[in-house]
Write a protein that binds this ligand. Structure first.
Ligand SMILES: *Cc1c(COP(=O)(O)O)cnc(C)c1O
Length: 453
């Protein structure tokens, strides 16, 4: 119920919302924000919210980091924009590529820039198609991902995404194959141990490769922790089980580290946290601490050499975006990497992760919380009607939306995802702010579960 000419009414009249539960927004009105302070954001009515989602995972340094804003202003004064075509690029672009290879798990490599994570995944797929074709295998085009994966929204990355909502677009495109989601609590079968579950997923991968034909598969993409699928860490030994299968058949393994990169799991990379080295890394979101739209494909040595050889044949890689390697974005990313890795932000994630987990463990004693899961500063609580049988709440009750809306009313932003609540706060969160998050969440859970009892 919004007043005519209010910010909420104007938002609704002239803007289309992405990924938004419309009945809920029409009833409550959009939240229109003006600015932020640390991990808090403030709306047009002066309400203050602790944003336990870092915007959309990306505002890891909070909403008013002076050094980052200054790096942007300085670069706008120095050289406010340029492209990376025709053999030209800004000095900032050169420096960021050096930095990204330096902080990558690769001894050497090369970087290609995009404006988003979706475009970085599309770019990687085109690179694979291009290099396989150049190596005389043009039919090596199929892409393997997993159910509940989120790789983006452009036509290719949406096809990689393993969510049912893309059927409204007639996606996935042909040749995009989804394997099992490594969520043991939800998908483990009766009597199956976690190790057996992991082994089953590795077998499924091998059977799929053999069924489809090795020579039809271009690559395998995985998030180290599935993010928008509901914060799903891999089952025990998952990457150690599937990597040898991929290696055996020579299939490139691409880590989509758009969320897990730069400190979210405690280490620079999620792949580091889970003990594996991919063939390439996709980065975005916190690459610029959310201050600039930017994505990057970081190729390890083998893919660098193979792609370079393919490019040398036709003397051009016919791909790129107008703003690829934008100097302001690169200057911000250089500063963001420094701030996150060297100014104590990643360290704060490591220091506070045990406190985070303790808080969740306590909340999970609630009979309507089935599971808490996550790592570092990315966690989810999953609501259930019945804990013993893991039976979800009836879909029409929109349990997670109710919890999130109740939190919003209390000044806490968290995200409903399926039947789960996602918490992925900025890395600048203090212990006191973490306590505030848990107090509000506890109250909201109590209120909503009482209503639905
Ligand atoms: C957000 C996300 C993307 C897409 O990034 P956009 O910048 O929104 O296009 C891709 N992969 C993962 C893992 C993501 O979380």
């Amino acid at each position: 119920m919004t007043t005519p000419q209010s910010w909420e009414a104007r938002a609704d009249e002239y803007s289309l919302y992405g990924f938004t539960d419309l009945p809920s927004v029409h009833q409550r009105g959009a939240v229109v924000l003006t600015h932020g302070e640390g991990p808090y954001v403030v709306d047009v009515n002066g309400n203050r919210y602790l944003d336990a989602n870092s915007g959309l995972w990306n505002m890891v340094a909070g909403f008013d980091h002076k050094g980052l804003a200054q790096a942007a202003k300085d670069q706008y004064d120095r050289f406010p924009g340029y492209h990376a075509f025709f053999g030209r690029m800004s000095d900032q672009t050169v420096m960021l590529s050096e930095k990204l290879v330096e902080v990558s798990p690769f001894p050497r490599g090369k970087v290609f820039y995009t404006n988003s994570g979706s475009e970085a995944n599309d770019t990687m797929v085109k690179m694979l198609w291009f290099l396989h074709a150049s190596e005389g295998k043009p039919e090596k085009r199929k892409i393997l991902t997993r159910w509940n994966a989120y790789h983006g929204v452009t036509a290719v990355s949406a096809s990689m995404t393993g969510k049912p909502y893309n059927s409204v677009f007639g996606l996935p495109l042909p040749g995009f194959i989804h394997l099992g989601c490594p969520h043991y609590w939800r998908f483990g079968e009766a009597g199956e141990t976690e190790e057996q579950f992991t082994a089953r997923l590795a077998r499924e991968l091998e059977e799929t490769i053999l069924r489809e034909g090795v020579d039809t598969i271009a690559g395998f993409f995985a998030e180290p922790v599935q993010g928008a699928g509901g914060v799903i860490p891999p089952s025990k030994g998952y990457f150690q089980a599937i990597l040898p299968v991929l290696k055996k058949y020579g299939i490139p393994m691409i880590a989509d580290e758009v969320i897990t990169g730069f400190g979210r799991t405690g280490n620079t990379w999620g792949s580091e946290t889970y003990g594996f080295v991919p063939d390439a890394i996709i980065s975005s979101k916190n690459l610029t601490a959310g201050l600039f739209p930017m994505g990057a494909v970081i190729l390890g040595p083998e893919l660098t050499d193979r792609l370079q050889a393919a490019i040398d044949v036709i003397e051009e890689f016919p791909h790129g975006f107008t703003a690829s390697g934008h100097p302001v974005g690169c200057a911000i990313a250089l500063k963001a990497i420094d701030v996150v890795m060297n100014e104590g932000l990643a360290q704060n994630v490591i220091d506070l992760a045990p406190r985070f987990e303790d808080g969740l463990r306590q909340l999970a004693q609630n009979p309507n919380i089935g599971e808490y899961r996550g790592v570092g500063f990315m966690w989810a609580l999953e609501a259930v009607r019945d804990k013993a049988t893991k039976t979800p709440f009836e879909g029409h009750l929109s349990v997670s939306e109710r919890i999130a809306n109740t939190c919003t009313d209390m000044g806490l932003i968290c995200r409903p995802l399926g039947q789960s609540i996602v918490l992925c706060p900025p890395f600048v969160m203090t212990p006191a702010q973490m306590d505030e998050m848990f107090e509000k969440l506890d109250k909201a859970l109590g209120k909503v579960f009482a209503e639905l009892a």
